[in-house]
Design a protein around this ligand. Structure first.
Ligand code: MG
Length: 355
């Protein structure tokens, strides 16, 4: 790939056969920057990611951009690499697209850096690259640079992927976790906990049999519709690691606001509840990868909900709570029987390598 897709510049291993079968396994030489690396990029990566910026093959991607930019990065280490509803490649693209989109930005360009373990199946790498390309195409973003390093067997678990993204924030957009106001409605675009439940059920050590799929999806088109419907969105955030409970706590702290959630209105599928009971985890702490929490004035919520329900990723959108006052940062859950309990931030790591 382009020089913008940089390669490990270390010495190539002597005696490497550069006519290695590309259907085979990743060798240390594939990260050497030499012939094997070039062949891997030419045959597996460039054909899927090709675009005019990347194809220039320079040291960095160069593009024009006028306006306020949003810029974010994230690393993906999910295990297993393939799970119902997605894989680490799709997750790596959608995760970064969503972090840009929830700031109100139009995602433009991504870079992708892969650390691959020696012996990794090249066919699986190809599958993941294809998956990344599909997710990028769907989101309307271009992958304009990247990197591929190979580490010795045992030094990483298959593949880790980092994506960095840049997006353009239209004039007038001021979305931040600091902006929650008393009286805001808290809206979610659908079912809670599906990504965490799907990944946990795909782990062999749990031997759980379910039909849950991860909600992994790029949210930028849904969010574009929301921003067209209302210019009074105060906060948007994707409740990924740590789930809805942790994300609401972050917003409560940033905005110094008290948020009350209604247990009755939480869209938690039965299958997610089942897995959570088995694992002893509250679904509100389960990771989501295709969900967004939106805070807007109550009187804007009708048009926001209507725009959301028009999008395939927002059919099950609903109000799940409200900002009740602006002091003493706290998230309260009002239960079905009318009592309230404090929902704290996730402590420790309940679900390692969920994303
Ligand atoms: Mg986020």
């Amino acid at each position: 790939m382009a020089r913008a897709w940089s390669l490990l510049k270390g010495p190539a291993l002597p005696g490497i056969n550069t006519t290695v079968n590309m259907e085979d396994k990743i060798l240390l030489g594939h990260g050497s920057g030499g012939k094997l690396s070039h062949r891997l990029l030419k045959e597996i990566i460039f054909p899927y990611f090709s675009n005019p910026i990347l194809d220039k093959a320079d040291d960095a991607a160069v593009f024009d951009c006028k306006g306020r930019l949003a810029f974010t990065t994230d690393s993906f280490v999910v295990q297993p690499l393939f799970f119902p509803g997605g894989d680490i490649g799709k997750l790596a693209v959608c995760g970064t697209v969503n972090d840009l989109a929830v700031m109100g930005a139009k995602p433009l360009y991504l870079t992708a850096a892969c650390i691959v373990e020696e012996g990794f199946e090249i066919s699986l790498l190809k599958k993941l690259i294809r998956s990344m390309a599909q997710a990028a195409k769907h989101a309307g973003v271009k992958i304009v640079g990247g990197d591929l390093k190979v580490v010795e067997k045992g030094s990483c678990d298959g593949i880790f992927i980092n994506t960095t993204g840049i997006g353009l924030v239209p004039p007038g957009i001021k979305i931040s976790g600091n902006n929650a106001k008393a009286g805001d409605a808290v809206i979610i675009n659908g079912n809670i906990g599906e990504h965490g439940a799907a990944v946990m059920s795909a782990r062999n050590d749990y031997k759980l049999k379910t039909n849950i799929k991860s909600d992994c999806a790029g949210l930028n088109h849904l969010i574009c519709g929301i921003l067209k419907a209302s210019n009074k969105i105060h906060v948007m955030r994707d409740p990924t690691r740590g789930g809805v409970a942790t994300t609401l706590n972050e917003i409560a702290l940033q905005s110094k606001a008290q948020i009350q959630i209604e247990e009755d209105s939480l869209p938690i599928p039965e299958a997610v509840r089942g897995i959570c009971e088995l694992l002893g985890i509250d679904p509100l702490y389960m990771a989501n990868e295709g969900k967004v929490l939106i805070f807007c004035p109550e009187n804007e919520s009708k048009k926001v909900l209507s725009a959301m329900r028009n999008d395939p990723l927002g059919r099950n959108s609903r109000i799940i709570g409200r900002v009740v006052k602006k002091d003493n940062p706290l998230v309260l859950l009002r239960t079905a029987i009318g009592s309230t309990r404090i929902m704290d931030m996730l402590t420790g790591e309940q679900l390692p390598r969920i994303c």
